[in-house]
Ligand binder design. Structure first.
Ligand code: B12
Ligand code: SF4
Ligand code: SF4
Length: 388
């Protein structure tokens, strides 16, 4: 077992892959195939239990840092054991695909911002490329399964163990020289491949810009995110959007990039691609005026809890309160409609927005729903400042 496995508490499940020249040549051919499919960086991790990550998942769950997130937290023992994806797994081929594009971020009045990783379906691009690697392995008689952003495996740790990068203080995996604008995914296989000699050392040094740039202070220690305060999760979380984070939501409709936009290697040296089919923002009013089916079609592959459009509408209503002009008649009409909506969750958030924009006359004096009553009891002050 390599010395670094011990250092990171990694438990081998089988004999480690031997470094025969045959393995090396086969591994190189596979990795070259992945690169030819458009993957930007690729490497191989040993298919051992991710002991450190397993410990972190259990510990963070115990501390409540996961909030109500399920994903990899639902079953930490499963998501940190490659054997639960492929019985007899020996190796994990891990790919990183850049989602930085030459497209500049442009959005006009009443457009809500989408985080970069969702500007296009980069997961799908990565999955397609990894499928080719998987097919090659299967054609050669091995078992192989692709996992990309799934609950079955913690992607960052796989990439870290494959030597692709280090954990930044913002918790993202940073690739040397090119930063963190990468989506990650794997092919878990029972083929014995040449694994990375060792993970990379920390490359952040004394920098701590991401810690200072987080609008809600969600990076509670280097590499540790408190999901209870992270906007990327709060946007996805079902239920009433906590008052104390509504202003911080700003104009974000999906994801948050602040802790990466402040990261020097990420913004300076990312691998920018000439992507044509990108969408950097959506029209708030168009979405709020759409039917449920139309709305979910615009949302596409975004994660929406239970695929329930209410959560998207809730966020759009908060955004209105944050960015709309008080004199905008179209906004007033939409808010008027939502203040009388059948769904109490939407009435509640529309009332907040109406109060922020000074449309007190749209707000009912009483309501039978406890959610709305709570809202009426804590109306915000009228917004003053930019764009009003
Ligand atoms: C749950 C989840 C979230 C949650 C929680 C994120 C979190 N950091 O905990 C929420 C919804 C908030 C989220 C947000 C985002 N996510 Co997300 N998310 C996931 C998911 C599904 C599981 C992550 C997981 O289980 N983490 C487990 C915890 C324990 O791991 P960790 O937070 O990475 O912690 C490690 C470090 O702390 C490290 N460590 C231990 N000790 C120390 C000490 C020091 C000093 C340091 C620095 C590190 C360190 O070890 C820990 C365990 O491995 C993965 C997909 C997957 N299947 O893996 C995507 C994934 C992590 N997300 C991704 C992305 C792109 C994002 C966003 C950038 C999207 C956006 N723009 O809004 C943000 C970034 C937020 C952030 N700063 O982390 C990418 C990350 C790519 C990359 N280059 O790192 C992934 C891998 C998806 C993918 N397949 O590409 N995400
Ligand atoms: S994604 Fe946004 S809210 Fe979450 S840690 Fe990064 S900067 Fe903070
Ligand atoms: S901003 Fe600085 S500390 Fe944070 S991840 Fe980037 S290099 Fe590391």
């Amino acid at each position: 077992m390599p010395e670094w496995c011990l250092r990171f508490g990694i438990v081998p499940l089988a004999d480690p892959p031997n470094r025969s020249s045959e393995n090396t040549a086969y591994t190189e051919r596979l990795l070259a195939l992945g690169l030819a499919q458009g993957i930007d960086r690729i490497g191989v991790a040993p298919a051992h239990i991710f002991a450190r990550t397993r410990h972190e998942l259990h510990e963070r769950k115990q501390r409540g840092l996961h909030d109500t997130m399920q994903f990899t937290y639902r079953n930490p023992d499963r998501s940190t054991d490659p054997q639960s994806t492929v019985v007899g797994a020996q190796s994990i081929v891990v790919g990183a695909l850049s989602y930085a594009t030459e497209q500049t971020e442009e959005h006009g009045y009443l457009e809500a911002r989408i985080a970069r990783y969702a500007w296009s379906d980069f997961y799908d691009q990565l999955r397609s490329a990894l499928n080719m690697v998987r097919d090659q392995l299967r054609a050669d008689g091995f078992r192989a399964e692709v996992v990309v952003d799934s609950n079955a495996l913690v992607d960052r740790e796989a990439a870290y163990l494959a030597g692709l990068g280090w954990y930044g203080k913002n918790a993202n995996l940073l690739l040397p020289g090119v930063g963190s604008y990468f989506v990650l995914g794997s092919v878990v296989t029972d083929a014995v491949l040449d694994v990375a000699p060792a993970p990379l050392d920390d490359g952040c040094g004394a920098c701590k810009r991401c810690l200072d740039s987080c609008p809600t202070g969600a990076i509670v220690a280097p590499g540790v995110i408190d999901a209870r305060t992270c906007l990327a999760w709060l946007i996805q979380k079902p239920g009433v959007f906590e008052h104390r984070f509504r202003e911080a939501l700003g104009d974000r409709i999906y994801g948050c990039d602040d802790c990466q936009q402040s990261c020097p290697p990420t913004i300076r040296f990312s691998i920018k691609k000439p992507v044509t089919a990108v969408r950097t923002s959506v029209s708030v009013l168009t979405m709020l005026q759409s039917s449920d089916n139309e709305l979910m079609a615009q949302v596409g592959q975004w994660y929406v809890a239970d695929r329930n459009p209410v959560w998207v509408r809730r966020n759009l209503l908060i955004i209105l309160g944050n960015i709309a002009s008080v004199s905008d008649q179209a906004v007033r009409e939409v808010l008027s409609m939502y203040c009388r909506h059948d769904e109490p969750m939407l009435r509640a958030h529309a009332i907040w927005s109406a109060a922020r924009l000074g449309h007190r006359d749209l707000i009912p004096v009483a309501d039978e729903s406890p959610i709305v009553q709570a809202e009426l009891a804590h109306l915000p002050k009228v917004r003053i400042g930019k764009g009003v």
